[in-house]
Write a protein that binds this ligand. Structure first.
Ligand code: COI
Length: 358
């Protein structure tokens, strides 16, 4: 828990934009709440943060993040408990810890917990009306940090900016998806940055992902860089399978993001008594399970995607169709249970909920 109370100077918007928002019609990531938190790092220390109206900023063309990619981010969500109006953050400390793991890998300064948590809390209190009351929606929070030195030599920046802004969102995928197993390109190799949530991982994934999208597949399922033999994760989420009644997912490693939703899904599955296996998952095993009629479910899990059902898996020229979503017991039960935990409709037995004080 934070020990110091931060005083964050706040400049409020003159007029909120919330009346322009239709909570029943939100396109993911296009509408931004009124305020953002901004903190700069210089002379070896984080400076006093500020809360400002959400808006554009001015940057030098030599800003080093734009050239050498020192940029990291997190994705997290605040939910409304419609029974009492409370605003509930889901597992923010896990995102905070991962943020600093990413920072260390990218040679960026550690962020203090009180800046992350109190910044988030004060921002949320100010923009509380932007947390959607509609089931299945949330206020997506995007904390991120990037290098700000105006310098074109290759070395870690001496200055950084940390920002949190937010967007009210509905589903990232509004229908089940078709996914393709990537046989050629790689997202991450051992010793690289796969476990870090750094901008370059996403940038490097765009071309292979677009190639697959042009062929009708909304997501890639990445395979290992060495042999393209083992499943890693999907483009915007971790990936899970139900094979012969067991929930099976690739174990986290230096090439796989340690997803907060991934961990929540596995924990809820174990609570429900389902067998769970975190281990290497060979592409062949998934295809063979399909051929034997044992591949019962496939889905992606992530903060943005929540639980995204995969209807078709494409591999080496063949489309493998999976059972209809309505027949998928494990992922459907877990998705409902998690949504209830996040919105305060079920007890928080794991200490995952961080309630925003009014
Ligand atoms: C998330 O699930 O929060 C992500 O960061 C994935 C994505 C939208 C880039």
């Amino acid at each position: 828990m934070s020990t110091n109370t931060l005083t964050i100077p706040t400049q409020r918007v003159a007029q909120s934009r919330i009346s322009e928002l239709d909570f029943n019609n939100m396109e993911f990531g296009k509408t931004f709440a009124d305020h953002m938190l901004v903190a700069d790092y210089k002379d070896g220390a984080w400076q006093t943060p500020q809360i400002l109206p959400y808006g554009d900023m001015t940057l030098s063309p030599a800003t080093s993040a734009l050239h050498y990619g020192q940029a990291i981010f997190e994705g997290m969500k605040a939910y409304r408990n419609n029974a009492n109006g409370d605003i509930l953050l889901f597992r923010p400390l896990d995102n905070f810890r991962r943020f600093n793991i990413s920072a260390a890998r990218m040679c960026m300064p550690e962020l203090p917990e009180d800046l992350f948590m109190q910044g988030m809390e004060q921002l949320l209190r100010l923009d509380a009306d932007w947390v959607p009351p509609v089931p299945g929606s949330a206020l997506y929070l995007r904390p991120f940090m990037f290098a700000t030195d105006a310098f074109i030599g290759v070395r870690p920046s001496n200055t950084y900016r940390f920002i949190i802004f937010s967007c009210p969102v509905g589903a990232y995928y509004n229908k089940p998806i078709k996914a393709a197993i990537e046989p050629e390109f790689a997202r991450a190799a051992e010793g690289g940055t796969g476990f870090a949530k750094t901008a370059g991982n996403y940038g490097a994934a765009l071309m292979p992902s677009r190639n697959m999208q042009e062929r009708g597949f909304q997501q890639l399922i990445w395979t290992d860089a060495r042999e393209h033999k083992y499943i890693e994760e999907a483009g915007t989420m971790n990936v899970m399978f139900v094979i012969d009644g067991k929930l099976v997912t690739p174990a986290v490693s230096s090439t796989i993001l340690n997803g907060v939703t991934r961990n929540s899904v596995l924990t809820v599955a174990r609570d429900m008594g389902y067998p769970v296996e975190e281990r290497k998952v060979a592409v062949d095993e998934v295809i063979e399970a399909h051929k034997a009629g044992k591949l019962q479910e496939a889905f992606g899990v992530g903060t943005a995607a929540t639980v995204a059902q995969i209807l078709t898996i494409h591999y080496n020229g063949t489309d493998y169709e999976l059972p209809p979503v309505e027949e998928r017991e494990i992922s459907n039960r877990i998705a409902v249970e998690l949504e209830k935990i996040r919105t305060g409709q079920l007890p928080d037995t794991h200490g995952w909920i961080y309630k925003i004080a009014r």
